[in-house]
Ligand binder design. Structure first.
Ligand SMILES: Cc1cc2nc3c(=O)[nH]c(=O)nc-3n(C[C@H](O)[C@H](O)[C@H](O)COP(=O)(O)O)c2cc1C
Ligand code: SF4
Length: 316
């Protein structure tokens, strides 16, 4: 961040971290103190005449605070709701100043690029999106965790290699979400897909945050969709109607399916709600809620219909 700030002439930078990540926040604060002591922060850094101060800003844990303009509102002390764009933050961002916003994962590549060179970096992973990627794997694998690998590692290598395979040998892979809960899920036939931006877009999904969720054949897709939608409706910031009212409505329908109270026409209702939310929301959170559900309906529609017809789950 200091190097980035030097490059663009920024005298202030902020690390925004969820309030719950107490350990991480304390470590960052210590690191800033150490950097000050070594003369990497403050006035006239290493005699260069460049001045820079860095702050850790702890949020309150709302998902929307990750959206770049809601994050700016949050730092400024307002309720975290996305801003209208334009103006984009690069022109008018924090306190109205030109602002660059990046994930720490992106910025953490910079020292390695400077030390080892751009050519070295470009050799890691695919041509169009080179570099390392931190895949965060959870779900039904033997060794869930964070894996830093070249961008474009395939889902097969990640799940069956690095993560040690499926948790139970007798329960095969049913589906996996490649990039956090907004990313449409993929099925075992996509197992050789490289986990990078372009390859996943070509499969109708996305890399998103790189959070890979692995599900075996004991997973009920209705329950999974219900849990994901409940999350989105809880996290909706309330600024726009399709998301504020649409995501709880989706959750309500999914809850009744899951509880054996589905009504004829509910699957069609879910599809119609998705159509009326997608592309009509102020920020991408609403689209994210819909994309996950659409992915589940695309691959497992019969499972949703079974819940309506039989008032029970075909899986459990
Ligand atoms: C609802 C929502 C939540 C987001 N949460 C995060 C987040 O937790 N971390 C993050 O880096 N970007 C998040 N983003 C994306 C940011 O808006 C922004 O695009 C990103 O931080 C840019 O950094 P990058 O180019 O280095 O990836 C979120 C976007 C949306 C719409
Ligand atoms: S889509 Fe949802 S989170 Fe985004 S502005 Fe609208 S209500 Fe808020």
């Amino acid at each position: 961040m200091i190097i980035t700030s030097y490059a663009i002439g920024a005298t202030r930078s902020y690390i925004y971290i969820r309030g719950e990540f107490d350990f991480g926040a304390k470590r960052l604060e210590e690191a800033i103190k150490e950097a000050h002591a070594k003369g990497y922060l403050g006035k006239n850094i290493l005699g260069s005449g460049f001045e820079h101060e860095m702050y850790v800003h702890r949020g309150y844990g709302a998902y929307i605070c990750g959206e770049e303009t809601a994050l700016l509102e949050s730092i400024e002390g307002y309720r975290a709701q996305p801003r209208k764009k334009p103006p984009f933050p690069a022109l008018a961002g924090l306190y109205g100043k030109p602002t660059v916003i990046n994930n720490v994962e992106t910025l953490s590549c910079i020292p390695a690029i400077i030390e080892k060179g751009a050519e070295w970096f470009k050799k890691l992973g695919p041509e169009k999106s080179p570099g390392p990627k931190i895949y965060c794997v959870s779900g039904h694998v033997k060794k869930p965790g964070l894996y830093e690998l070249p961008m474009g590692t395939t889902a097969r290598e990640l799940i069956y290699g690095h993560c040690g395979g499926m948790l139970h040998e007798t329960r095969p892979l049913k589906a996996f979400i490649p990039g956090g809960v907004s990313a449409p899920m993929l099925t075992p036939q996509d197992i050789d897909t490289p986990l990078d931006f372009d390859s996943l877009a070509a499969k109708g999904s996305m890399l998103g945050s790189g959070a890979v969720i692995v599900m075996d054949n004991s997973t009920c897709m209705v329950k999974m969709a219900y849990i994901i939608n409940r999350f989105f409706s809880h996290e909706s910031c309330g600024k726009c109607t399709p998301c504020r009212d649409g995501t709880p409505w989706l959750t309500k329908v999914l809850r009744r399916l899951e509880h054996g109270e589905g009504r004829p026409g509910d699957v069609e209702l879910l599809e119609s709600l998705c159509t009326n939310i997608f592309g009509r929301t102020f920020c991408p959170l609403g689209d994210g809620a819909v994309m996950a559900l659409r992915g589940a309906l695309k691959h497992f529609r019969q499972e949703f219909q079974y819940h309506v017809d039989h008032k029970m789950c075909p899986v459990s």
